[in-house]
Ligand binder design. Structure first.
Ligand SMILES: NC(=O)c1ccc[n+]([C@@H]2O[C@H](COP(=O)([O-])OP(=O)(O)OC[C@H]3O[C@@H](n4cnc5c(N)ncnc54)[C@H](O)[C@@H]3O)[C@@H](O)[C@H]2O)c1
Length: 277
């Protein structure tokens, strides 16, 4: 625990969009956080983007956030949230590794979009202290978090997570452990369908987003949302839903793979359905 404020120390695995966003969500409320990534470029990029945002928005004077490529630096974390790429083997490996290096009473959560908590729980040393905490992007702005208990998650851990989320002004829903939970089971097929509309030449990217935004009173169009989430992440989620739910309706639109092969991953690579500065 952080002695001055008695707030849990937060560790993040993965310095991508979600690791950085969740770190900001906690740090904005006085928590101390550390982000681990194996890629030093990602660590530098994450630090630069967060420094820029703090300077632009003047949310708080300083935040207590550090970056590391040494997993052992997370050994004092009370809550570790795994946010590495949506690849099953990568998640299993990092969860097993962090279980070995962290203190025994640390709670480990995963921010997976589509894998089962019970499946990932097999990789951690203490499944009773493992839970799904699915934040949305951008995590420091969107109030909702899906909480997913595994078969072995203890009641104390659920209670801890609920109370900790309240401290950063998040609200939550409890979801049964199931691929894609609530949000991605509904949003991702809509994004996939919108990609099929682009692929089939049914409408332009702009018109498809405009139709959904104005026609269904939605703040964001599905293709804008795809760019914000990341085309590679969308593809992995669809792939996982198709396999786990055994339903071809989740098969990814071929256009998504074409974009990934071109390196068009959305906002994070400055090009996806739209182009960014
Ligand atoms: N993007 C979204 O809108 C969103 C929303 C909710 C949940 N998620 C989930 O959050 C997770 C992260 O998504 P993201 O958008 O931040 O992805 P991202 O591509 O922006 O970042 C992933 C990060 O993981 C790091 N990484 C990969 N393998 C690693 C390893 N073995 N060790 C350490 N670091 C490793 C990469 O270097 C990268 O920095 C995924 O599971 C995704 O499904 C994403």
């Amino acid at each position: 625990m952080n002695n001055s404020k008695k707030l849990p120390n937060i560790g993040l695995l993965g310095c991508g969009q979600m690791g950085c966003g969740i770190a900001r969500a906690f740090c904005n409320f006085g928590f101390s956080a550390i982000i681990y990534d194996y890629d030093t470029f990602q660590l530098k990029k994450g630090k630069m983007l967060i420094d820029q945002k703090i300077a632009e928005n003047k949310i708080v004077e300083t935040i207590d956030l550090s970056f590391t490529n040494n997993l052992e630096d997370l050994e004092t974390s009370d809550l570790i949230i795994e946010c590495v790429s949506e690849k099953l083997e990568t998640k299993k490996q990092i969860l097993a590794k962090v279980s070995r290096t962290t203190k025994r009473n640390c709670i480990i959560a995963t921010n997976t979009s589509s894998f089962l908590i019970n499946e990932l729980a097999l990789s951690v040393a203490i499944p009773e202290r493992f839970i799904g905490m699915h934040f949305m992007n951008p995590a420091h702005m969107i109030p909702l978090v899906e909480l997913i208990k595994g078969d072995k998650t203890s009641a104390k851990v659920i209670d801890f997570c609920e109370k900790t989320l309240a401290l950063i002004h998040k609200t939550f829903v409890h979801v049964k452990d199931s691929p894609g939970f609530i949000l991605n089971r509904t949003l991702i097929p809509m994004i996939n369908e919108a990609a099929f509309l682009v692929h089939g030449g049914i409408g332009t990217v702009e018109d498809i987003d405009k139709a959904i935004k104005l026609g269904s009173n939605n703040p964001t169009g599905p293709l804008q949302l795809a760019d914000a989430i990341g085309i590679d992440t969308i593809y992995s989620i669809l792939d996982s839903l198709a396999m786990r739910l055994k339903d071809a309706k989740y098969n990814p639109c071929p256009l998504l793979l074409e974009y990934i092969e071109k390196g068009w991953l959305g906002r994070k690579s400055s090009k996806g359905f739209y182009t960014y500065d």
